[in-house]
Design a protein around this ligand. Structure first.
Ligand code: OOG
Ligand code: NI
Length: 474
């Protein structure tokens, strides 16, 4: 069999030295990188370290209801994702190669122009269930859409500023090429790779432009200033997993963290769905702006920038397109109702009670979610030696166990709410032409150098593969 032959070759049974064994596994590289990134961000943003300490106490007190993994039950929270924002298509192309070294691939296309944000995004993540469980870390990566800056002059200026920066070091590019050519990195190469990859996401408190140029971009959109005016795409938040997000949100507020008012996503339910997330608002940080005085005199002027925050997330089951359509329509209905309530000055119900009321339409029972095909499930045999002929019958007879598949991706509406954690002073966006924008997946993919993986296909494949293992083939 072809697959056996491959397995034997790579395990060195043909007598040749086993090259693959001398490389650090991609899972190990990702695990080490995520650990180092977490340490770096905790040191850079002390408030984030405080948040992690606070939720560790909360997490220790409760048990996870959906992912029964060892990690979820550890008191020390693990980071599920981080986020960066890139300026140029050429940067995205290299980022894709960089994340490949860590076994992370682009899944999903997120059009954030729907929320008046001049970026579009994907999430780099592992695509094997086993690998996700070993190290869940993923990265939400956004790319600035320069074409949405209406003024040609400002668009050109932004492009020129970005073209002057080089966010990847020579040695990082060398290790990425080594990985591509060798199919892996040695210990020494992996160490260089991790150090140099970390440097890409490090915070630099010196802006690359004068304060007036910064202010000019900030006036167009604060996100543009954050992307264009710095030398690197600093990590803007990390998000550990929490066991009970309502509890953590309340506890953090009680402890004096300035939190987003609400939790993005569905209200609290028995059967968690998709993703719920919230954050503390971005901190105001000191920044130095280079100012030129006279012909030969540059001085640094101090100012402020708000970009970095801390998020928490809780995941539930992945929804099918049908489930997702219901979720989206309920979220829209709740939003409309909240709007009309606030316009009419009605104070009888707040946003969260409206959301809970509207979402009562979404079935909250695993059996129903499965029968109505609203969520994805992983099927397994109770007794491995007794395959079944029909899955539904198997479930009914309790010969087959149906477990919800965890949602591993992101949500554009929710992401937009999270972006706003650091954009609270946006009032109007005079120079962006969002209305006409629309998504631009093919342009994004061209920059990326490949197409993104469709998350629905991915979940469907997980479900189908588990079904195939349960069925008898006689
Ligand atoms: C990314 C926001 C999206 C999430 O959890 O949905 C995100 C950003 O602010 O750059 O991280
Ligand atoms: Ni996030």
């Amino acid at each position: 069999m072809e697959s056996n032959k491959l397995a034997m070759n790579s395990s060195g049974d043909n007598g040749a030295p086993d090259v693959a064994d001398s490389y650090v596994s991609v899972v190990e590289i990702r695990r080490r990188f995520a650990f180092a990134l977490s340490a770096m961000y905790r040191a850079e943003v002390p408030l984030y370290q405080q948040m992690v300490t606070a939720i560790a106490a909360e997490n220790g007190a409760v048990q996870d209801s959906i992912r029964q993994s060892v990690d979820a039950q550890k008191a020390e929270p693990i980071e599920m994702h981080g986020a960066i924002r890139l300026g140029l298509p050429s940067e995205l192309a290299v980022i894709r190669r960089l994340f490949t070294v860590m076994g992370m691939f682009p899944v999903g296309y997120y059009d954030l122009s729907v929320a008046d944000l001049p970026v579009h995004s994907t999430a780099f993540r592992p695509i094997s269930q086993a690998v996700l469980e070993q190290s869940p870390f993923r990265m939400f990566v956004s790319l600035l859409r320069l074409e949405l800056i209406e003024s040609v002059e400002h668009r050109k200026q932004a492009e020129e500023i970005l073209a002057r920066r080089e966010i990847f070091s020579e040695s990082l590019l060398t290790e990425i090429s080594n990985f591509e050519q060798q199919g892996g990195l040695t210990q020494a190469q992996a160490e260089v790779f991790i150090d140099e990859a970390l440097a890409v996401f490090r915070w630099h408190s010196e802006a690359t432009v004068s304060q007036s140029v910064y202010q000019q971009f900030k006036a167009i959109h604060p996100l543009i200033a954050d992307i264009v005016c710095f030398s690197r795409p600093h990590i803007n938040h990390l998000a550990p997993q929490v066991v009970d997000i309502d509890c953590c949100h309340r506890a953090l507020g009680d402890q004096g963290f300035v939190m987003k008012q609400s939790i993005e996503g569905s209200p609290k339910r028995k059967c968690s769905i998709l993703l719920r997330q919230t954050a503390f608002m971005a901190v105001n940080e000191s920044v130095l702006f280079p100012e030129v005085f006279g012909s030969d005199n540059t001085r640094a002027i101090s100012g402020q920038h708000m970009a970095r925050f801390g998020e928490i997330e809780q995941r539930g089951m992945a929804l099918t397109p049908k489930g997702r359509a219901l979720y989206d329509s309920l979220l829209n209905a709740a939003e409309r109702r909240v709007k009309s309530h606030s316009e009419s000055g009605d104070k009888t119900s707040d946003g969260s009670s409206i959301l809970a009321d509207v979402f009562s339409e979404f079935p909250d029972d695993l059996q129903q979610l499965r029968v109505l095909k609203l969520g994805y499930f992983r099927y397994s045999l109770k007794d491995q030696s007794k395959p079944v002929v029909d899955i539904d019958q198997g479930v009914a007879n309790r010969d087959v166990i149906a477990t919800p598949i965890l949602y591993e991706d992101f949500l554009p509406v929710s992401a937009a709410g999270i972006f706003r954690s650091n954009l609270k002073d946006i009032e109007e966006l005079p120079e962006l032409s969002m209305a006409a924008a629309g998504g631009s997946q093919s342009v994004f993919e061209q920059a990326l150098g490949r197409s993104v993986i469709d998350p629905f296909h991915w979940y469907d494949r997980q479900q189908q593969a588990s079904i195939a293992l349960c069925l008898s083939h006689d």
